[in-house]
Each structure stands twice: as C-alpha cells, then as structure tokens.
Write a new protein. Structure first.
Length: 156
C-alpha cells in the first residue's frame, strides 16, 4: 500500500466529501484536508437546505443535477437520509426587492429552473405564517432539504 494520494481535496464539506467519494468510486485514493471536523463548517450549519434557486447561473447545472441525485442518495450511500422536496420561498418586503426577484426568476427560468413569482395571496396559500411585511416571493417547488429518515427537521 502506498502513502501517496491521487488527489488532495481542501475542505471536508459537502463538496469536498462528494468529490472524494466519487474519486474513490473510480479507484483513486483521495485525501481530504479539513481545518476542523468533517462537515462542521458551512455544510454542517445550514439546516440541511438543498436549493437551486438564487444560485449563480454558472452553478445552476450542478445544482440541478444535485437535486436529481438527492432522490437516490439513500440507496447509493446505504444510509437513512432522504431528500424532502417541499419547495423554497425567497421572501420580498418591498417593491424594489420584488423587481430584483422578478428579474432573477426570469434569468433562472431561462436556464431551465422551475420557478415562479408569488403575490401575497399565493404566498399565504403555501405558508400562512409569513409576516405582515412580506408582499411577495419567488417559489421553487423542487428545492427542499435533506434529513435523516424518521427525524424531524429542526427549523431555525
């Protein structure tokens, strides 16, 4: 056995670990270097959110492929993790925010993301508990969150 790595990955978050996992599946020997515990930085503090909406458009193909993969991740990893597609709302509290969001939604739709703008009435149908200041939102129904099967999500 050699002490040499085929690849050195800096960062043990979701991306670094996914890269290492896929390299190992191909028979390579990756090494992950993380300054703290694996998954303890941004990847471990996001409440399990998995989203495509509001991504940089250059990231969109990767984000959309990730959503497709999450549906089968529990089978591949043989773990009790699931992807719950309950959608993602991006809330707006002013007309200026709504206009910026409308433009972002149009740009994201052009690259194939299922996304729509909601007025307050439509928003309240999805989530009747939003604050009075919220006047609209974007909604991506294919966004969601990852969780261990049988566990409730911790809402922040």
């Amino acid at each position: 056995m050699s002490d040499k790595a085929d690849a050195v990955i800096i960062g043990g978050g979701v991306m670094g670990c996914a890269i290492a996992y896929n390299l190992a599946k191909e028979g390579l020997k990756p090494v992950v270097i993380e300054k703290s515990d694996i998954g303890s930085e941004a990847s471990g503090s996001n409440g399990g959110g998995v989203r495509q909406s509001a991504r940089n458009l250059k990231e969109m193909p990767l984000a959309m492929e990730s959503i497709r993969m999450y549906g089968h991740l529990h089978e591949e990893l043989e773990m009790d993790v699931e992807y719950v597609q309950e959608g993602n709302l991006r809330l707006c509290t002013s007309e200026e925010e709504l206009e910026v969001m409308r433009q972002a939604v149009e740009n994201q739709k052009k690259v194939g993301l299922e996304l729509k703008m909601l007025d307050r009435r439509q928003l309240l149908e999805i989530n009747p508990h939003v604050g009075q200041k919220v006047i609209g939102a974007s909604y991506c129904p294919t966004d969601g969150h990852a969780k261990r099967q049988g566990h409730r999500r911790c809402n922040r």
